[in-house]
Design a protein around this ligand. Structure first.
Ligand code: MLT
Length: 260
């Protein structure tokens, strides 16, 4: 556990070399990056937190995308990591990445935006997320997970893999899951940020993702000058889990081409 200003975060940090900050989605945990990070840690330092209210990090009743991104900056300080990082975010992790860019541009070397979205929430979407938050507080995290698990993985994903991640997601504390659902409902519109992104950016989509379909990622790619788009044919919403070797290969190629 790493103490930051207002809470503690569980964080794995391993490997040698320039820092990568890997930020998971909702309601997942840092474990989703392990297949990728183990392939990169011989040349990169992998910093992999469980965001507050997820995995082994304690929850608080309220959070926001801004708070998540401040947590990441405080985490880097607590780890003594002052070098600019490559932030690699999946879905909610990418949404946090946009906010991190707005707040901490100088701490970023590059961005990798995976299966994420730049828009703010629609009124209907916000109402759906509020209903999920209330169901989670009544019935437990499973209420959120059951509502989304069918769409997380590409059709045909082996049942044991899906069942394993279902249980990991269900184990996230209900307070944390409800708070994160509300944070997603209140997220800022990041579309005006896209033309401001002036650091190397890789956008990755899963061809079989029904939560953030490929066109959503194409729009992000089109909005960020000089960005690169990669589509992983076999993957749904969580390519780092579903296609970790291919994801790591694409990522390593991007990282190797970064200016020193
Ligand atoms: C995620 O993976 O972070 C979620 O799917 C985000 C969302 O529900 O928009």
């Amino acid at each position: 556990m790493i103490s930051i200003n207002s809470t503690q975060l569980h964080c794995d940090s391993f490997g040698d070399g320039p820092p990568l900050l890997l930020v998971h989605g909702f309601p997942l945990t840092g474990e989703m990056w392990h297949g990728v990070s183990l392939r990169l840690a011989h040349r990169w330092r992998c910093i992999i937190p469980d965001l507050r209210g997820h995995g082994r990090s304690p929850a608080i009743a309220e959070v926001s995308i801004a708070r998540f991104s401040d947590d990441l900056a405080e985490l880097l300080d607590a780890l003594g990591e002052s070098r600019p990082v490559v932030l690699i975010g999946l879905s909610m992790g990418g949404i946090i990445g946009f906010e991190f860019f707005r707040r901490y541009r100088a701490r970023l070397r590059a961005l990798v935006l995976t299966c994420t979205r730049a828009n703010s929430e629609s009124p209907e979407g916000a109402a759906r997320r509020e209903a999920v938050a209330e169901a989670v507080l009544r019935e437990g995290s499973r209420a959120a997970v059951d509502a989304m698990i069918e769409n997380v993985f590409a059709p045909g994903t082996p049942t044991p893999l899906r069942a394993y991640w279902h249980s990991v997601m269900c184990a996230c504390p209900p307070f944390g899951v409800a708070a994160a659902a509300r944070a997603l409902a209140g997220r800022a519109d990041s579309r005006p940020t896209l033309p401001q992104i002036d650091i190397p950016t890789l956008v990755i989509a899963g061809a079989r993702d029904s939560i953030t379909p490929v066109d959503t990622l194409r729009e992000i790619h089109a909005g960020i000058r000089g960005s690169r788009l990669e589509i992983i044919e076999s993957a749904g919403h969580v390519p780092p889990i579903e296609a970790s070797a291919e994801f790591a290969r694409i990522l390593a190629e991007f990282l190797d081409a970064l200016p020193a």
